[in-house]
Design a protein around this ligand. Structure first.
Ligand SMILES: *[C@@H]1O[C@H](CO)[C@@H](O)[C@H](O)[C@H]1NC(C)=O
Ligand SMILES: *[C@@H]1O[C@H](CO)[C@@H](O)[C@H](O)[C@H]1NC(C)=O
Length: 368
């Protein structure tokens, strides 16, 4: 009896020690973070490309710590930066950055490229951009590089335990289907069929990401496509959002969420997390004052109606206080809006984050 109880307490003590060590080990280095997608999450890859889809001139970055443009489509931080802050880590570097080597590789990498879509033919007007299949080739190359540094099994673990963010789809509407009247895709498909086609192509991309080792993947829906200043200026009438693009987002986002939940059922694991960014965004589009914005219709930087025409350049109108604007430029949220979105990702209820928010993920994954 005495033997048994001392054995039991010894066993419990060693379990505590083992788990303590696992927890400490998991906490020693924050999760790696990988980012895929378009301009909403590009942190500067396009700076290295010959393309017009770029944000490397002032006033981009005016509120970034360095006060200089970085390639982020924001006045300051973008959504991946703010997620990294929640992970307690520095922002992963753009994959094309020459500084991405050594220890920096272990932080993760950002593969995103402004202008791209789910489809290969989205954003063709930007010529030289890194389409999704190419972002995945970079991810494979990244994994080979990390494996030479820390060994193949540690590299695999780093990827499996990482957080992944993918934001893509908006451009398949604004820079493809609705880019010009009678676009090739709009002649090929009525809108509901086009959305089904996008969802089926997106599903293939997500399964590929799973094959490449992604096990916790935040998937954002599109924002309120019809209410961005660019669409207000070009398609809206009397200050109303563009009905076609609102309809597109309205069809796409719920089908995306169902597709993700179906993937999880098939994989028997909550790999894919639907982030309802449209709902988060709609809150401040419909009631900007409640979130401290004076407007959600007019971009801070731009020209023409709603500052929604053309690009944000050194010659554009620029608002003095960026925190009062939901939109920084004609398409992209301000840093303040990005903070609200990441708050939603972090602690939103199930109608925002399905099946769970990032706080829950971080609490769960410490022990796995
Ligand atoms: C996109 O391009 C890649 C590389 O050429 C190809 O493997 C893939 O099948 C293409 N996707 C579609 C939907 O055509
Ligand atoms: C995250 O989601 C859970 C479950 O829906 C909820 O209880 C919690 O309040 C949310 N927020 C945080 C910060 O955990």
């Amino acid at each position: 009896m005495a033997f048994f109880s001392s054995f039991a307490s010894w066993a419990i003590l060693s379990l505590v020690l083992i788990f303590g060590v696992i927890v400490l080990k998991a906490e020693a280095r924050p999760k790696a973070f990988f980012v895929f997608g378009d301009s909403l999450v590009d942190s500067g890859n396009n700076n290295y490309l010959a393309t017009t889809a770029r944000a490397d001139a002032p006033p981009y970055g005016i509120d970034y710590p360095t006060r200089r443009p970085t390639g982020r489509f924001s006045n300051g931080y973008n959504i991946p930066d703010l997620i990294s802050q929640q992970l307690g880590s520095e922002s992963p570097l753009p994959y094309l950055s020459p500084q991405l080597r050594g220890e920096k590789l272990l932080v993760g990498a950002n593969f995103a490229s402004a202008g791209i879509g789910i489809l290969n033919d989205t954003g063709i007007q930007f010529v030289n951009i890194i389409r999704m299949y190419r972002q995945y080739e970079h991810f494979e190359e990244y994994q080979r590089r990390v494996a030479t540094q820390i060994g193949a099994s540690q590299a695999k673990l780093l990827v499996n335990q990482a957080l992944v963010l993918i934001t893509v789809g908006g451009n398949d509407f604004v820079n493809n289907y609705y880019l010009v009247p009678y676009s090739a895709r709009s002649r090929q498909y009525p809108l509901p069929e086009y959305v089904k086609f996008l969802i089926s192509e997106y599903k293939k991309l997500l399964l590929k990401l799973y094959d490449l080792g992604g096990r916790r993947v935040l998937v954002t829906g599109t924002g309120p496509l019809g209410c961005v200043p660019a669409e207000m200026a070009q398609r809206g009438t009397n200050g109303q959002c563009s009905p076609e693009l609102e309809q597109a987002a309205g069809l796409f986002n719920p089908q995306l969420e169902s597709m993700l939940l179906e993937l999880n059922r098939n994989l028997r694991s909550d790999v894919f997390i639907a982030a309802n960014t449209a709902r988060m965004h709609n809150n401040f589009v419909s009631n900007p004052q409640a979130f401290g914005f004076t407007t959600s219709k007019v971009a801070c930087c731009g020209q023409g109606p709603y500052n929604g025409l053309g690009l944000c350049t050194p010659l554009s109108n620029l608002c003095p206080n960026r925190d009062l604007y939901a939109f920084w430029d004609a398409f992209h949220p301000s840093e303040k809006a990005n903070k609200l979105i990441v708050e939603g990702i972090m602690s939103g209820s199930k109608s925002y984050m399905n099946p769970m928010n990032l706080s829950t993920i971080l609490a769960l994954d410490v022990y796995t």
